[in-house]
Design a protein around this ligand. Structure first.
Ligand code: DX5
Ligand code: ZN
Length: 253
């Protein structure tokens, strides 16, 4: 989290302190709204909605038209948005040659940077470099990539992102095969006493959210089920309530 650049209210300050505290508690559940499904002409307003909705993370989908068949935003846009938000910037790089751009994303103010296993010949070096640059590294796998490939990286990453749709587009249907991957990651995390966050991305709505959390995920990316609703702020508050109930259930069990 970076220091506020404009005068903040007490309420905003308390909110951001809470968001910062949350980062230190890996077992909490995090809502990570994806601005991919917001109006790209009004991204600043989307960030304000996320703040009012009480979501601690902002998920930023970076696509290059090469690794995935779609183009979105890059480091310059993230850098421009940084000054309007104090939430955790959780960037998901869907680009080829991610190693060429790590410094740019660090300079843009990303707190977390997640790269695709499939996009790199040396994922271990890549995640180590991300950490050296002061960001929390994540590794992610496409639906057809077996979860076993990330096992040797678990000591090095702060987060594993399980894709529950083919990366490239919002609004796709959740693929239930992601649940077994989440459960396997959670089992490794427990047996090796690690504390990486398990995040899931794609097709999450109020129906797919419970099984994802029950399988062991801690962070949920939600795009269209937030920003394609008439009142995204209320929708995020509703998702937060659902997450709170699921968290209580998890702690009780
Ligand atoms: C897809 C992106 C997702 C996307 C999810 O490539 O990684 O973050 O925004 O959108 P929904 O929630 O609509 O599936
Ligand atoms: Zn994403």
């Amino acid at each position: 989290l970076t220091a506020p650049q404009s005068p903040m209210t007490e309420e905003a300050r308390a909110f951001f302190q809470q968001a910062a505290d949350d980062v230190a508690q890996p077992q909490k559940l995090y809502l990570a709204p994806s601005v991919l499904s917001a109006d790209f002409g009004c991204l600043r307003e989307a960030l304000e909605d996320i703040r009012l909705g009480g979501a601690p993370w902002v998920h930023l989908d970076v696509m290059d038209g090469h690794f995935v068949p779609n183009l979105t935003i890059g480091a310059p846009v993230i850098k421009a948005l940084r000054k309007y938000s104090q939430q955790v910037f959780d960037a998901h790089l869907m680009i080829s040659n991610p190693e060429d751009f790590l410094q740019d994303f660090a300079d843009a103010g990303c707190d977390r940077l997640t790269v695709h296993y499939e996009a790199s010949e040396d994922p271990k070096a890549l995640v180590q470099k991300i950490r050296e640059l002061g960001m929390l590294p994540g590794i992610t796998i496409k639906p057809n990539t077996p979860v076993d490939v990330v096992e040797p990286l678990l000591d090095d990453v702060a987060l594993v992102l399980v894709m529950s749709v083919e990366p490239g587009f919002g609004g796709q249907k959740f693929m239930p095969a992601a649940l077994d991957k989440i459960a396997q990651l959670d089992a490794w995390r427990k047996s090796r006493q690690l504390d990486f966050v398990i995040e899931v991305d794609g097709g999450i709505d109020e129906k797919t959210l419970p099984p994802v959390i029950e399988a062991g995920a801690d962070a949920v990316v939600i795009g269209s089920s937030v920003f394609k609703t008439p009142d995204p702020v209320q929708t995020m508050r509703q998702f937060n309530k659902q997450l709170q109930a699921l968290e209580e259930k998890r702690n009780a069990g």
